[in-house]
Design a binder for this molecule. Structure first.
Ligand code: ADP
Ligand code: MG
Ligand code: MG
Length: 512
C-alpha cells in the first residue's frame, strides 16, 4: 500500500455519535432494501424456517474519499469501453484465436465455444446483443519519474452478471441521507461532504439498458404477452440487488419481468418452430409469455454446470430468438485472457478502435499483463511469476468470474510449482495496482470494523448492437451509454474485493 494522499478522514465519532449513525443506518437500509438474505450459519433454519429474514448488506459507514479527476475519467471513457468490447464480441475470428489458446487447458471455455459453434452451424436467428457491462478500476499512484500522478487502472472488464447496480444506487442515496440528518459530524477540519457526494444512477441506467433491448426486439406475434427474463441462481443471497432492477423496469418502462432459476430453464421454457423463446410461469401455466431479453445473473461459473443437462439448457437459450445479455461470444470477450492480450505491451489493439486518440484513452488504464505460455511475453511472465521477489508485485488469474479465484503475490511461485506447467497457459499474470492509503469503517454482519481500506470503482455501461453477417467485427451499435457507478470497499489486509464473495462492502464516492 502506498502512502496516503488524502486529508484525515473519516471524522472521529463519540460513542453517542456512533450509536446515532448506526441506528439511523440500520433502519434506513432495511426500509429501502439495501439488504441481503442472511449468510448461511448467521441464522439457523429453526430461527427462520421459511426464509423471511433479511439483513443490512455490507456497507461503509462513510462515503469513501475518491479523487474527482479519476472518477470523471472513469465515467467519461465508459462509452468507449462499451464500443470496444462490443467490437471484440463481434470479431469471431479474433476470439477464436484466443479460445484456441485456452481450449486444451480450460474445459469451461471449451464448452462455451462449443455452444457457440453449435448455434452457428444451425444459424443464429437473433443478431441483436445486449451488454450490461462493468469496468472495474482502482486508483494507482504512478511514482515513476519525480512527480507522483494519480491514475485509474483497470482491474477487469465484466461482460456477464455485472452485479451490485441495485445496491450501488441505494448506498449513494443512504450516504446522502446520513449527511442530511447530521449523522456525520462537521467541524472545521473535516472533509466537506456537502456537494461532493456522487449519486449513482445505476438502477435507472441498467433498467434503461434492458428496456432498450426489450423495445427493439421484434415480437413473433405468436403470443400476446412479452417479458424479460432474469436468469438467476437459486438460492441467491443478493436478491434485492436484482429486485431493484426488476421494480425499476416495471415502474419506469412498464415492462414485466420474471425470475427464472438456472435449474428450471428446461422445465419452464420452450421454443417454437421459429425459435421464439416462451416462458411458462409455474403459477400461471395458461399464460405463456414470449421472451424478448434474457438477463444472465447466472451461468458464469463452472460450478453451475453440474451436468450435461446444464449445457443443454445453455444451448437452448443461445439458440433462441430472445436477445441475450450476454451472448456466449460476449461472455467470452470478458475473459481475463482477452484483457491480457489487449494489455500486453507491444500489440496495440487497433483492430477494435482505429482512432488512435480514443484508443490511447483506454490504453492509459491498462496495467501490464503477461501470458503464461511459451511465447516471448510468456517467457517474461514466467520469469516474473517464479521469482519470489518480483512475484510479490503480481496477481495470477484464471478465466473465472465472481471472486475468490486468484493467487496473490508471494503465493504465486509455490502455486505454479504445484500444477503441471502444461496448465499454466490457463492463467494470466497482472501487475498489482497500488492504491493510496485510505480509512473507513465497514458494517458487516452487525459488526463495525474500522481501519485501512481499498476502494474499487466499477462503472456500468449499457450497449445494444447488431452483429454483421461476416465474422470480423462488422455490425452496428444501436445504443450506447454509461449507466452509473459502484464503489466497493474492502479492508486493506484482504486481497479480494467481491462483496458477494464476502470480502467487501458497498460504498459511494465523496469526491476530493
Ligand atoms: P473476478 O472476475 O473474480 O471479480 P478480478 O480480476 O476482479 O476477478 O479479481 C478479484 C479481486 O482481486 C478484485 O476485486 C481486486 O480486489 C483484486 N485484484 C484483481 N486484480 C488486481 C490488481 N491488478 N491489483 C490489485 N488488486 C487486484
Ligand atoms: Mg469479474
Ligand atoms: Mg472483479
Amino acid at each position: 500500500m502506498a502512502n496516503s494522499i488524502y486529508p484525515p478522514y473519516p471524522p472521529p465519532l463519540t460513542a453517542e455519535q456512533t450509536e446515532y449513525l448506526f441506528t439511523t443506518l440500520k433502519d434506513w437500509t432495511i426500509a429501502h432494501g439495501l439488504a441481503v438474505r442472511p449468510a448461511p450459519g448467521f441464522v439457523s433454519k429453526e430461527q427462520d424456517p421459511s426464509g423471511v429474514l433479511a439483513t443490512t448488506a455490507p456497507v461503509t459507514l462513510f462515503p469513501s474519499l475518491f479523487p474527482r479527476s479519476c472518477f470523471d475519467e472513469a465515467l467519461s471513457i465508459q462509452e468507449l469501453y462499451n464500443e470496444f468490447y462490443s467490437r471484440v464480441a463481434r470479431d469471431e475470428r479474433w476470439l477464436e484465436g484466443i479460445v484456441n489458446e485456452l481450449i486444451g487447458v480450460d474445459d469451461f471455455i471449451a464448452n462455451l465455444w462449443r455452444i457457440h459453434l453449435e448455434v452457428k452451424r444451425e444459424g443464429y436467428v437473433q443478431d441483436l446483443s445486449l451488454g450490461l457491462f462493468r469496468s472495474d478500476y482502482m486508483v494507482h499512484i504512478n511514482d515513476e519519474g519525480s512527480d507522483k500522478k494519480l491514475q485509474i487502472k483497470q482491474v477487469e472488464f465484466n461482460t456477464i452478471a455485472s452485479s451490485f447496480g441495485g445496491l450501488a444506487w441505494e448506498v449513494s442515496t443512504l450516504h446522502k441521507y446520513l449527511l442530511s440528518v447530521d449523522a456525520y459530524p462537521g467541524g472545521p477540519k473535516t472533509v466537506p461532504m456537502h456537494g461532493n457526494l456522487a449519486t449513482s444512477n445505476s438502477v435507472p441506467g441498467l433498467a434503461a439498458g434492458l428496456a432498450v433491448a426489450h423495445k427493439t426486439y421484434e415480437p413473433s406475434n405468436e403470443f400476446n404477452r412479452l417479458c424479460v427474463i432474469f436468469l438467476v441462481q437459486d438460492p441467491e443471497r443478493n436478491v434485492f440487488d436484482q429486485r431493484h432492477l426488476e421494480y425499476a423496469l416495471l415502474a419506469q418502462h412498464g415492462i414485466r419481468s420474471f425470475r427464472l432459476p438456472w435449474q428450471r430453464i428446461l422445465q419452464d421454457t420452450e421454443m417454437t418452430a421459429k425459435r421464439t423463446l416462451v416462458y411458462r410461469p409455474p403459477h400461471l401455466p395458461d399464460l405463456p409469455c414470449e421472451v424478448s431479453t434474457i438477463y444472465f445473473r447466472a451461468g458464469y461459473s463452472p460450478d453451475e454446470y453440474k451436468s450435461e443437462q446444464d449445457w443443454t439448457a445453455r444451448l437452448h437459450l443461445e439458440r433462441s430468438r430472445a436477445i441475450k445479455c450476454p451472448t456466449v461470444l460476449t461472455q467470452l470477450a470478458g475473459c481475463k485472457k482477452v484483457q491480457q492480450v489487449l494489455a500486453t505491451p507491444g500489440k496495440p489493439p487497433r483492430r477494435f478502435m482505429c482512432d488512435g486518440e480514443r484508443l490511447a484513452k483506454l490504453m492509459q488504464t491498462f496495467m501490464p499483463m503477461y501470458p503464461m505460455d511459451d511465447g516471448e511475453a510468456g517467457q517474461e511472465g514466467k520469469r516474473l511469476a517464479l521469482d519470489p521477489e518480483s512475484a510479490n508485485r503480481y496477481v495470477l488469474k484464471p478465466q473465472r468470474e465472481g471472486g475468490g479465484n486468484n493467487v496473490y503475490r508471494k503465493k504465486i511461485p509455490e502455486f505454479l510449482k504445484s500444477i503441471p506447467e502444461s496448465h499454466w497457459p490457463a492463467w494470466i499474470l497482472m501487475e498489482m495496482i497500488e492504491p493510496p492509503a485510505l480509512r473507513n469503517a465497514i458494517l458487516r454482519n452487525g459488526e463495525i470494523q474500522e481501519g485501512g481500506v481499498i476502494g474499487e470503482l466499477g462503472v456500468y455501461g449499457a450497449c445494444l448492437w447488431r452483429s454483421g453477417t461476416g465474422e470480423e467485427g462488422q455490425g452496428e451499435i444501436l445504443r450506447n451509454f454509461e449507466a452509473g457507478y459502484l464503489l466497493r470497499t474492502k479492508g486493506d489486509q484482504s486481497e479480494e474485493g467481491g462483496v458477494a464473495a464476502g470480502f467487501g462492502a458497498v460504498d459511494s464516492c465523496c469526491l476530493v
